[in-house]
Design a protein around this ligand. Structure first.
Ligand code: 5GP
Ligand code: ZN
Length: 114
């Protein structure tokens, strides 16, 4: 997808602070962090939103959570707690329409989120 920000970051056309990459997933530091640790875990496949997930994406999406776990461990978030968030649609704050998972930690997290 030529005009997709995260596809362009995945291909290296746009710079980012990469913290992880494999065949199917990558993770970057959020450009506007909302917590001391704020990473984005992003499938390389262009999936527009959580509503566009297909049955064949199940393994890919499962691997998002094993990566979230290891990134949380690397960032020492296991004891203090952390949050993994997907925003769906502009009403919930989605601004980039290529699915991504926010990994937030390093400060107390309120509930419910705003
Ligand atoms: P959303 O609002 O769609 O749930 O999350 C999009 C996230 O992407 C936001 O937290 C925003 O700060 C981040 N973001 C937007 N543009 C860029 C960029 O060019 N580079 C990086 N690393 N993050 C970005
Ligand atoms: Zn994309």
């Amino acid at each position: 997808m030529d005009n997709c920000l995260f596809c362009n970051i995945a291909s290296g056309e746009i710079d980012s602070e990469l913290v992880y990459s494999d065949e199917h997933l990558f993770a970057i530091k959020d450009i506007n962090p909302q917590a001391p640790t704020h990473l984005l875990i992003i499938p390389k496949k262009h999936i527009r939103t959580i509503m566009d997930i297909e049955d064949s994406d199940k393994e890919l999406l499962g691997s998002v959570y094993t990566l979230a776990k290891s990134l949380a461990q690397e960032n020492d978030l296991e004891a203090s707690g952390y949050r993994v968030v997907v925003n769906y649609g502009s009403g919930a704050g989605q601004s980039v329409f290529h699915i991504h998972f926010h990994l937030l930690g390093g400060r107390p997290m309120k509930w419910p989120p705003g």
